[in-house]
Design a protein around this ligand. Structure first.
Ligand SMILES: [Zn+2]
Length: 237
């Protein structure tokens, strides 16, 4: 009697172990953490790319600015030559003036490009700032998720350890022969194979058992099986 009851308990403990092992593989908080981590890595790459892009544009802006400076210096130099009185040839003066005009037009073009670059930079800097702030928030969230996943994992592992020692204890208190029989039955059946009978009903298939079964179940050493589902019957409360 006691032996069969322990066997049923062992089956329940083993069932809990399997269930918790499955839970451990698909822990929602751990999965959420993994997902968030992936998203974070993507965001990190996006930020990297945008930062590189921004640096490129800043470099371009500096190049344009120095181009404007150089062109302006050239214009200044040519202007001073133009008004120095050194050049008297009308043809030479005209050519100098043309050159200055052409340089000035290049300056306007470069200045326009500078302005449009500055506008683009302003927009991208704001976007980068927004991304950086998002990353800060996500980083905190990620840490929280990591902590929660670790706590959940730890709790499940503790529970599994507890169940494991309970299982060991039960196995140590069940006769080898009966344990072997249970192992064989477990292998064959896909689910539970030890049924706790309550109020005359099989605990597994729920079929109503003949009253004669009760006496048989209570006979020491006798193994009684459900005629419907084939499970080993154990008298319940
Ligand atoms: Zn049954």
């Amino acid at each position: 009697m006691e032996q069969l009851r322990r066997l049923w308990e062992l089956q329940e403990v083993e069932h809990s172990i399997k269930q918790r092992e499955r839970e451990l593989q698909h822990l929602p908080s751990a999965e959420e953490y993994r997902q968030k981590k992936k998203e974070y890595a993507l965001l990190e790459r996006e930020l990297e790319k945008k930062t590189e892009d921004l640096q490129g544009k800043r470099k371009e802006l500096r190049r344009k600015e120095s181009e404007v400076e150089q062109l302006s210096a050239s214009v200044k130099e040519l202007n001073s030559r133009l008004y120095s009185g050194e050049i008297t040839s009308a043809k030479e003066l005209e050519s100098l003036e043309k050159k200055i005009e052409s340089l000035k037009s290049n300056i306007s073009k470069a200045e326009e490009e500078t302005i449009s670059l500055m506008d683009a930079l302003e927009g991208e800097e704001a976007e980068l700032q927004r991304l950086q702030e998002k990353m800060e928030r996500d980083k905190k969230e990620l840490l929280q998720l990591k902590k929660r996943a670790a706590q959940d994992t730890e709790a499940l592992k503790d529970k599994l350890e507890e169940l494991g020692s309970k299982k060991g204890e039960l196995e140590g208190n069940i006769q080898d022969e009966l344990l072997q029989k249970y192992r064989d039955m477990s292998r064959r059946s896909r689910g539970r194979c030890v049924s706790l009978v309550k109020e005359g009903f099989c605990g597994i298939c729920n079929v109503s058992l003949p009253s004669s079964f009760r006496a048989k179940m209570l006979t020491p050493g006798e193994l009684v099986f459900c005629e419907n589902c084939g499970s080993l019957l154990v008298a319940g409360d």
